[in-house]
Design a protein around this ligand. Structure first.
Ligand SMILES: Cc1cc2nc3c(=O)[nH]c(=O)nc-3n(C[C@H](O)[C@H](O)[C@H](O)COP(=O)(O)O)c2cc1C
Length: 164
């Protein structure tokens, strides 16, 4: 879709970010598509120390926990498209993304997924996120990895077709 066409779409850029990379990607996306942006905030903050948050994250993954989400979305129904962004954790979306699908009702929404990682491609996390989206009866219309390069994001968004 051309950049000016995004302005006619009511978008929400919803993202989780622990160390800032996904937040940066979310900002770059919102700059192009406009709309609202909302950070996914856990009720129990992750520790600051690298080893400590790795341990907490590993525990969540191993036990397939649903870390509770503090974020609220005032009027989810007003959005046509919801972007969902997350860092890649051991080739999966972080468990808080499962919590997000538990908490919010995305049925009938068009969803565009973006991941960040230090190298793992989007495709690694695709089966899990696709299942969450399908289980919620929403439509995944695109998915891509943001590598920090704004040209890459522009190209990915240009390749999206909203008529599905
Ligand atoms: C718990 C944990 C697991 C990670 N696992 C992977 C991985 O499997 N593959 C990868 O390429 N990067 C991995 N990373 C790196 C992050 O995906 C990458 O730094 C991401 O951009 C961080 O996003 P954020 O700054 O928004 O939190 C991992 C990072 C953490 C904290």
């Amino acid at each position: 879709m051309a950049e000016n066409e995004w302005q006619d779409v009511k978008s929400l850029v919803l993202y989780f970010s622990l160390t800032g990379n996904t937040e940066h990607a979310a900002e770059q996306i919102q700059e192009i598509v406009g709309g609202d942006m909302q950070r996914i905030v856990p009720i129990n903050p992750y520790p600051d120390d690298f080893n400590d948050y790795m341990r907490v994250a590993k525990h969540e993954m191993e036990l397939q926990l649903f870390p509770p989400v503090a974020t609220t979305i005032p009027d989810l129904q007003k959005y046509d498209v919801i972007f969902i962004g997350y860092p890649t954790w051991w080739s999966e979306p972080p468990r808080i993304i499962d919590s997000v699908f538990d908490k919010f009702e995305f049925a009938g929404k068009k969803i565009i997924v973006f991941s960040t990682s230090s190298g793992t491609p989007f495709e690694a996390t695709q089966p899990h996120i696709k299942q969450l989206i399908e289980d919620d009866q929403a439509l995944m219309i695109a998915g891509f990895r943001c590598d920090g390069d704004s040209e890459n994001i522009k190209n990915q968004l240009a390749a999206v077709h909203l008529t599905y």
